[in-house]
Design a protein around this ligand. Structure first.
Ligand SMILES: Nc1ncnc2c1ncn2[C@@H]1O[C@H](COP(=O)(O)OP(=O)(O)OP(=O)(O)O)[C@@H](O)[C@H]1O
Ligand SMILES: O=P(O)(O)OC[C@@]1(O)O[C@H](CO)[C@@H](O)[C@@H]1O
Length: 301
């Protein structure tokens, strides 16, 4: 079973405008509320691809209930810890000439809630996969992903980490199966601009030396680079299409990779599935359907 952890889920309020005018009244041409948070997006896309997973994390207040209801309505399995104080955040995604985002900080997760998450994770079994994605909420230390992996060390649980800065760095010593930084996250970690292909490859090797078993560097419209466990490099461009909403493309890529890996056990094929799902997300208004992913898979070598 695949479990995703979203410590700081969200309702994504996606607003379309012809043009965003800062300091003026803007009227939306369309809007939509979608369940959000990186791990939740991974679980949603896995579900659509026919791979069952359970979304774990923390929810609170009326927004938390709305999130749970929206996921249950799609038949998505969740096992959230309900916070006694605070509201699940609402993140604003503005689609105008450019995409802009405002992500709230989210509710405080207290020690009791954190211990409840740890207790849930201790129920994971050998062969289970744990996906740790997204930012840490207030009240939780920046090495929290490392701590969760320390708890599971030696239990045969495979980890996937999609996070930035110390959240990712502190998880590396537990030898995660896969990490998925985007270009900016890799640049921040390395403290330099990675302007060409050779520099990106160097960045992937750097993460591998620090403990990641495989590294998938996502490069938005430029596709992605995979450094696999055996040191094999795989480079794939992104298919062409009309970008409608690139929020969640990275999460769809992680889900696609895991679905491809479950089906084939082959890094190159898993990478192909990852690119197809990531790009299908970028070309959809929300997260992609299985049909969207299949259409792009058919185009990829
Ligand atoms: N403009 C685009 N055109 C085609 N494919 C895209 C585009 N943007 C993203 N993708 C696909 O999605 C994958 C992941 O995208 P990206 O690198 O933007 O991830 P990310 O920064 O983690 O995204 P997010 O945080 O919004 O979920 C890319 O490797 C690519 O396959
Ligand atoms: O604030 P975080 O946790 O870094 O990112 C949260 C978020 O932007 O990530 C998802 C897209 O990847 C959205 O559904 C959600 O709003």
């Amino acid at each position: 079973m695949i479990y995703t952890v979203t410590c700081n889920p969200a309702l994504d309020y996606v607003v379309a405008l012809d043009c965003l005018r800062v300091g003026a009244l803007n009227r939306a041409s369309a809007s939509e509320v979608q369940p959000g948070g990186k791990g939740i997006n991974v679980t949603t896309v896995l579900h659509r691809l026919g791979v069952e997973s359970t979304a774990l994390g923390f929810v609170g207040g009326f927004t938390g209930r709305a999130l749970e209801e929206a996921l249950a309505g799609q038949g998505i399995r969740t096992d959230f810890i309900v916070l006694t104080h605070g509201l699940t955040r609402i993140n604003i995604k503005i689609k105008a000439e450019k995409e802009s985002e405002i992500n709230d900080s989210g509710p405080v997760v207290d020690e009791g809630a954190w211990s409840a998450l740890e207790a849930r994770l201790l129920g994971l079994k050998r062969g289970d996969v744990l996906v740790l994605s997204g930012s840490a909420p207030s009240g939780v230390p920046s090495d929290c992903y490392g701590r969760l992996l320390a708890l599971l060390a030696g239990r045969g649980v495979e980890a996937v980490v999609d996070a930035s800065g110390p959240l990712l760095l502190e998880a590396l010593r537990y030898r995660p199966f896969l990490v998925k930084p985007n270009r900016q996250e890799l640049e921040e970690l390395m403290g330099e601009t990675l302007s060409d292909e050779a520099a990106l490859v160097r960045g992937a090797y750097w993460l591998r030396e620090k403990g990641a078993r495989s590294v998938l560097v996502s490069l938005a419209g430029e596709g992605s680079l995979l450094l696999d466990e055996a040191g094999g490099l795989h480079r794939r461009g992104a298919p062409r299409g009309t970008v409608r909403n690139s929020v969640g493309a990275g999460d769809a890529m992680v889900a696609g990779f895991l679905a491809g890996w479950q089906r084939t056990g082959d890094y190159d094929q898993a990478h192909r599935w990852g690119v197809a799902a990531g790009s299908a997300a970028a070309f959809s208004t929300g997260l992609p359907s299985a049909r969207d992913v299949a259409a792009l898979l058919a185009e990829l070598p």
